[in-house]
Design a protein around this ligand. Structure first.
Ligand code: AFD
Ligand code: MN
Ligand code: MN
Length: 434
């Protein structure tokens, strides 16, 4: 594995060619920020420690229920996915960890996989379980639900799968499991809404018992699909109730695509942060539903407003507040590596802008009910072009000034197309994205 990779010297060469323009842009921005009394060094140190995990399932071309249009040179197994993660890390320096999905990434030896990841300088983020699809060798079907099934044997099978995910995660050095289920009802009357939730809690209690002491369990809610009438864990309220019933180490995970259009997601973030139950994010963007488009591609302002809440909560709650950041996207018509690079940068951009907000002045404006002043303070931060800060953060960590340009010039994908001839079975990809 690994094969072709982009040489450090190539990245350094690209950076050198742009260094004069970059330095000038950076100096201009620093002058501007100094006038606004922004502590640039503090912003830089926060940016330097940002990590946004890559979803293993986002490294192959995604699809919809209508079809999939695979690209050339896609990773064919989890090892090749790690090779691509390493490339994303080399260029963007924002995503040092990868979030695996079982059984899509199943291997016989997780310790060997861990060593391989470590050799590439990568770490393993939360493991994701999958009880929303049947696997060829499984005894019971999830057609009518998994953790909430009316059949105890089905529930037991789904619980065991989650416990096996934890076991694999322990071998990988992961510290969390994310549970998203597709369980629910398509028709009114199909399911007793209260009893389904009770069965969910019973099953999750068994999973929670199997959680190592230093692990977190993330509960991911989603308002619809594949269940179209009622999803068991449909919203942050259900997620919060479940996380509270389970205990301290159960937290809520917010996937940006899992809300009805127009829902005020930043307010949900504020509530969950306030209650101590905000576990983390799946970043993506959408226009209609769970579109799984690239983060920041449709509504970058919403992403900024979410980070405004996160920076605000971080200032109040201190070091203990460490939500996990992951991308969850389906790259149907773009090169996944390019989409993931751009998405990571969009998340970092939203964060950097939120760090520029003058919080003392904002609090004063809010307390004085000075609506326009408060808005202007937010806009002053949002309208600042932080590109020079982002580029500097990347370069300081050894990344590329312009990751996409280096990636394209390197011919990486064409080289991988030669190294990874497509087999008849094709790569494991996510199967159902609307
Ligand atoms: C599905 C869900 C959810 C989840 C992902 C991985 O909608 O976003 O995080 O699969 O299990 O698309
Ligand atoms: Mn998700
Ligand atoms: Mn989703």
């Amino acid at each position: 594995m690994l094969g072709f990779s982009i040489d450090e010297a190539v990245i350094a060469g690209h950076n050198r060619a742009q260094s004069k323009a970059l330095d000038a842009g950076y100096a201009r921005l620093c002058d501007q920020l100094a006038e606004r009394d922004v502590d640039v060094a503090a912003v830089e140190s926060r940016l330097a420690s940002l990590n946004i995990a890559v979803p293993s399932w986002g490294l192959g071309t995604g699809g919809t229920r209508f079809g999939r249009f695979p690209g050339r040179g896609e990773p064919r197994d989890v090892y090749e996915k790690l090779d691509d993660c390493r490339t994303i890390w080399d260029l963007g320096r924002l995503s040092k960890s990868v979030s695996l999905h079982l059984p899509w990434d199943e291997v016989s030896d997780y310790r060997k996989l861990r060593l391989y990841g470590e050799r590439l300088g990568l770490a393993f983020d939360a493991v994701n379980s999958n009880t929303f699809q049947d696997q060829p060798d499984q005894a019971h079907s999830y057609k009518f639900g998994s953790l909430t099934s009316t059949d105890a044997a089905v529930r037991r099978q789904a619980i065991e799968h989650n416990l096996q995910c934890i076991e694999a995660g322990v071998a990988l050095g992961s510290r969390a499991i994310t549970v998203w289920i597709g369980d629910g009802a398509n028709f009114p009357g199909q399911q007793n809404l209260s009893r389904a939730f009770e069965r969910y809690l019973d099953s999750m209690k068994d999973i929670y018992k199997g959680l190592p002491a230093d692990w977190l369990l993330y509960i991911e809610h989603k308002f619809f699909e594949p269940a179209f009438y009622a999803t068991v864990i449909s919203d942050w309220g259900s997620s919060y109730l479940a996380a509270t019933a389970l205990g301290e180490r159960a937290k809520c995970l917010v996937d940006l695509g899992h809300h009805a259009p127009n829902v005020n997601i930043e307010q949900i973030v504020a509530r969950l942060a306030w209650s101590g139950k905000l576990g983390g994010f799946h970043f993506n963007d959408s226009k209609y539903g769970d579109d799984d488009l690239d983060a920041g591609s449709i509504n970058p302002f919403q992403l900024f407003l979410i980070f405004n809440e996160l920076v605000d909560a971080g200032a109040r709650l201190g070091e203990a507040f460490q939500p996990a950041y992951m991308l969850d996207q389906s790259h149907n018509i773009t090169d996944p590596i390019e989409s993931l690079l751009i998405s990571g940068e969009q998340v970092a951009r939203a964060y950097a802008k939120a760090l520029l907000i003058d919080r003392t002045a904002l609090t004063q404006a809010q307390d004085a009910n000075d609506v326009i002043a408060a808005r202007r303070l937010l806009m002053a931060a949002y309208e600042t072009d932080v590109s020079p800060l982002l580029a500097k953060a990347r370069i300081d960590k050894g990344g590329a000034a312009d990751p996409i340009a280096v990636y394209r010039d390197s011919g990486y994908r064409a080289r991988k197309a030669d190294e990874r001839p497509v087999s008849a079975a094709g790569p494991a990809v996510r199967q159902s994205v609307l």
